[in-house]
Design a protein. Sequence first.
Length: 264
Amino acid sequence: MRLVLVPTPIGNLEDITLRALRVLKEAEVVACEDTRRTGILLRHFGIAKPTIRLDQHTMGQAKRLLEGYQQVAYVTDAGTPGISDPGAELVSLALREGWEVEVLPGPTALVPALVASGLPTARFAFEGFLPQRRSERKERLLRLAPDHTLVLYEAPHRLRRTLQDLAEFYGPEHPIAVARELSKKHEELWRGPLQAALEHFQEPRGEFVLVVGPKGPKPAAKPAEASELAAQLRAQGLRGKALVRALVEAGVPRNQAYALAHLT
C-alpha cells in the first residue's frame, strides 16, 4: 500500500499546491481527522473521493479501516500531517506494516510565524503544545535550551496562562512574537515584551503560534540563591530528578543540585 501525507492550507485555500491536488485526485480514499472539514476542502476543488475518519480516537483502527486500499492520502484539519496531530502515529504504523510512505512539502504554521517574528532563526526549538499541568509545563520550560528561539502552539483558552508562565520564566520584558490566525482573514502578528502581550491579548480568539526569543545562559547560582530556588521549585511541585534537572538548568552545579533535592 502507498500512503501519502498531504499538507492542506492553514487558512487561505490558495496555499494548496498543484501536487497536493493531484495526489488527492489520484487517491482511492482520503483519510482525515474530520470528514466534514475535509469534505469542504475536497468539494471546493471539485474532488469527489470517499473519506475515512482517522483521528486520535480511531487511529488504533487504522490498519483495519485502510485494508483493501492501495493508494491512500492522509490529511489533518490544517497544515502538514504529523506535526502536533495523529499523523505521526499513522506514519509509525505504516512503516511497521511495510507500506510505502511519502510526505509532500506544504503549509505549516510554525515556519511563517518564526520567520516573520524578527527573532533569531538560525537555531530554534519547536515544542508544539506545552503540557497542561502547570508543574509539568514549568519543568518543560526549565529543560529547554536557553540559547534557542522557542516556537509553541497554543489554544485560545490557554494562551494567557502560557504567557504568564513564560513571563515568569523569561522575565516580563523578554521579547515574543504572537501569530494569530495565520493566512486567514483576521491574521495578526504581534511583537513586543511578554508583559505587554498579556495586556494585549485580554480575550484571545483563534489559533496561536508563539515565538520566544533566546533566553541566554544563566550565571551560576550562589549557594543561598540555590537554596531559595530549590524551595520555590518544591512549592511548584517539582521533586526528585525533576527538581535536579530544573536546578541544573538554572545554573546550580549538579552535585549541589542533588544535595538540595535530597538525592545524595
